[in-house]
Design a protein around this ligand. Structure first.
Ligand code: DHB
Ligand code: FE
Length: 312
């Protein structure tokens, strides 16, 4: 059975990608940002997922204003990096997992989440920047296949936080009904607080961001009740990207372990937030526990017998 073992939240600021691509990672401004992801890269290298589901938003790269799917699941075999105005980023083509993606599509659509199936799609900084932050800068290939899930947060109306959270639960159910043993991680990307244009450009609200991260771990249901207008007012127009983190959170257990968090201000005009949440390993089943106790008793009896026979 496939299993979601952890969730990763990460900002996807395009300037982070530009800093990587232009060799600026050692500059003090960028070092501050990248240093927060060193432990995460180690965690990812140790975790070695078989598949990553990456929840992100397309920034008018693959979908223009002519067609805006609310939830679009990438079912293709590969997803090339998009040209966002400076040529495609020099990152490997993202390989998909068409079999698991098709299974997820079937399961969640039959669960009444009518998402769009995408069989050809380029992916922009929303997906490739978090990939770099967690997997580093591989030259030829990313270490695991990726299922992109593009969410509309660029044109009103985006989905509600509650809808996102419930979709996360449907995705979890889908993954857990896939027969192959696969370790799956799920990313929620975007945010944290930021406003890119208009009189409030540059808005950052660290208090809001911190409270969002705290509740993501402890009380995600509270976050599902936040209306769009509160994200806009408190976290800036682009702060609405944070609803995507609720898909990731919905796909995890109610009680999880926060194993890592990082927050820094700013990168470009944006607050950078990052979190790693692990599902707890299930306690051994009753039967397994009973069997383990029996074998411990047998070992103790044998040891006692050995000691007793030595003493004779
Ligand atoms: C910027 C763009 C984004 O998509 C984002 O999530 C954060 C920042 C930017 O243009 O600075
Ligand atoms: Fe964005």
């Amino acid at each position: 059975m496939a299993k979601i073992i952890a969730g990763i939240g990460s900002s996807h600021v395009p300037a982070i990608g530009a800093a990587l691509d232009n060799g600026k990672t050692e500059e003090p401004y960028w070092k501050r940002v990248f240093s927060g992801f060193e432990k995460s890269k180690e965690w990812m290298a140790k975790t070695k997922p078989d598949v990553a589901i990456v929840v992100y938003n397309d920034h008018a790269s693959a979908f223009s204003v002519e067609m805006i799917p609310t939830f679009a699941l990438g079912c293709a075999a590969e997803f090339p990096p998009a040209d966002e105005g400076w040529g495609p980023r020099p990152v490997p083509v993202v390989k998909g997992h068409p079999a698991l993606a098709a299974h997820i599509a079937q399961s969640v659509i039959l669960d009444e989440f009518d998402l769009t199936i995408v069989n050809k799609m380029e992916v922009d900084h929303g997906l490739t920047v978090p990939m770099n932050l967690l997997f580093g800068q591989p030259k030829d290939a990313w270490p695991c296949p990726v299922i992109p899930l593009a969410v509309n947060v660029v044109m009103y109306p985006p989905p509600t936080g509650h809808r996102c959270y419930m979709l996360g639960k449907a995705i979890r159910k889908a993954v857990e009904s896939y027969p192959e043993d696969l370790k799956v991680v799920i990313f929620g990307t975007g945010g944290l607080s930021h406003q890119i244009s208009g009189p409030r450009a540059g808005l950052i609200n660290s208090k809001w961001d911190k409270s969002f991260l705290d509740n993501l771990t402890k009380d995600p249901k509270k976050l599902t009740r936040i209306p769009h207008i509160d994200y806009m007012r408190e976290a800036g127009a682009e702060g609405i990207e944070m609803v995507m983190w609720l898909i990731m959170r919905g796909a995890l257990d109610d009680k999880i372990d926060e194993v890592y968090r990082f927050y820094t201000v700013p990168a470009s005009n944006t607050a950078v937030g990052h979190i790693i949440l692990e599902n707890r390993r299930k306690a051994a089943s009753k039967n397994k526990r009973a069997a383990a106790a029996k074998s411990r008793q047998a070992a103790a009896r044998k040891a006692a017998h050995r000691i007793a026979s030595k003493g004779r």
